[in-house]
Design a protein around this ligand. Structure first.
Ligand code: KG4
Ligand code: ZN
Length: 357
């Protein structure tokens, strides 16, 4: 069984082809192509939906051909077509879903509408090892630019929400603080890079909602905003035309490293603490983490150490599978097709699609 999936939920266009392995359980990646639109939106200071849609259309057709060429397979040989149907930007989701539906109708094959968050959630199980493809019960932390949530995973399609952010997502906090510091986008890798030589104990930043299963990161971002004028030198010139971005503060190199390390550690402490508490409370032996922020090496390391200390098994996706991609969508579609799920081509995209109640 071979599946082609498109992912166009935001500003990344992605196409991937995944094949069921010989054993019927392992799955094999034949192609995974991603085209970023960061440069096209940078000068506007945020994503412009119409530009995103127009670019998705251009990139998707190129990536479809490139993925099929790399996989050495014709589109007519696919067993099903899938696309992200939410959550995300409506006009972006519509492009990928329409293309996948068109292919499914044209070739007379099944169509699968996939929840982007389920793609992230299952990504730690994607791989060539046999045990990789078995979705085992776990507590899952999804940390991305748009979402931060803890989920109980009983089995495929059986998810219960434990907690979620009540304001900013963790990745959004990384991006906003990076902007305050005059660093580039996406902010996560920038802050991680600068944090390497920093002292994470130097600045005392808040760990919000310690007794809740939900998360909050906007207070942390505000704390950094108030801290900067106290420790910064004179203002820098804005990097882009006025009004489009905040004026970044000029910090000494070591101070910048210390702010980045202190901020990053505040986020990690909250993520690790709540994940471990959830695994204990709901009695899971396995902890998984996914989403763009889980590329962060310090988070991966500290979460793994905490799991080992508490006697939990820990699984994370390879870094290339953590940020938005279509391989996780194709993998999820493959598991769902194997389990007998299919979608109707009349199924609409849903910008607010929920993963679990
Ligand atoms: O999963 P993703 O690609 O897109 C969403 O579904 O949102 O996540 C993107 C987010 C961005 O906010 C980015 O800053 C963050 O993931 N990110 C990181 C790192 N790499 C990406 N955050 C912290 N450390 C990183 N190394
Ligand atoms: Zn994502």
């Amino acid at each position: 069984m071979t599946i082609l999936a498109l992912e166009t939920s935001c500003d990344e266009t992605a196409v991937a082809i995944v094949r069921e392995g010989n054993s019927g359980s392992a799955s094999e990646l034949l192609a995974s192509e991603v085209a970023s639109q960061i440069a096209a939106h940078e000068k506007y200071g945020g994503i412009v939906p119409e530009i995103a849609s127009r670019n998705h259309l251009i990139y998707a057709s190129r990536l479809l051909n490139r993925a099929a060429g790399l996989a050495k397979i014709n589109l007519s040989e696919m067993d099903a077509f899938a696309a992200t149907s939410g959550p995300g930007l409506a006009s972006s989701l519509m492009i990928g879903a329409s293309i996948a539906k068109g292919l499914a109708i044209g070739f007379g094959k099944p169509y699968l509408a996939i929840n982007h968050l389920e793609g992230h959630l299952l990504s730690p199980f994607f791989g060539s090892g046999q045990e990789k493809n078995q979705i085992r019960p776990n507590v899952s932390l999804i940390v991305s630019g748009g979402h931060t949530m803890l989920v109980q995973v009983q089995a495929l399609n059986e998810y219960t929400l434990i907690g979620r952010t009540v304001d900013d997502a963790a990745g959004e906090a990384f991006d906003k603080v990076a902007k305050l510091l005059g660093l580039g986008y996406p902010g996560g890798p920038e802050i991680e890079g600068h944090a390497r030589g920093g002292d994470f104990n130097r600045f005392d930043l808040p760990r919000s909602m310690p007794d809740s299963e939900n998360f909050s990161f906007s207070g942390l971002k505000t704390a950094v905003r108030y801290l900067l004028p106290k420790i910064a030198g004179p203002f820098c010139e804005p990097r882009t035309p006025s009004g489009l971005t905040q004026t970044p503060y000029k910090l000494d190199r070591q101070v910048l490293a210390d702010v980045c390390a202190s901020f990053q550690q505040a986020i990690i402490d909250v993520l690790v603490c709540k994940t471990i508490a959830a695994a204990k409370k709901y009695r899971f032996n396995l902890v998984t983490v996914s989403g763009g922020v889980s590329c962060n090496q310090e988070l991966r390391k500290q979460l793994e150490e905490a799991c080992t200390r508490e006697g939990f098994e820990f699984k994370n996706a390879e870094p290339w599978l953590c940020t938005d991609n279509a391989a996780m969508i194709a993998f999820t579609a493959l598991l769902r097709l194997q389990a007998g799920f299919q979608s109707d081509v009349t199924e609409e995209i849903d910008p607010n699609l929920a993963l679990a109640k």
